[in-house]
Design a protein. Sequence first.
Length: 139
Amino acid sequence: MSNSENFNIEEYDDYAKKLGEKIERKEEKGIEETIKYFDRIHDKLFSVNSILIGGYLALIAFKHDVPRTILFIPMLNFFLLILIDYRLMEKSRSESNYGKFTSDSIDKYGKHIHKTNLLSFLSILLTIVETLFFTYYVS
């Protein structure tokens, strides 16, 4: 084997290593961006939910045909959003020990994230339902 072939193989190995590192950085950045957007979505849902709670309280005070039990939906969503934030905090806490994970804890971690995503989706649906009920009772 000649030196030029060795050089090309070494050059290729360096290129492959740099490409692998670049891909890892992009993956990490993508995960960070996803978490950032989840946080933004939850913040907006929390704000909308808080406004709707105030709106429902005003409706109950001024319109007598609005059932008081309707306040249960935004309050449920409020506590659901707090639970989601807590689960995201726990996720971040467990990620700090990610190097110590066993295969069982990785599976448990994946299920935890999946459940949190389902709760987020449920919260989005509840916010839509709240808004539809509010619009119905206002008109």
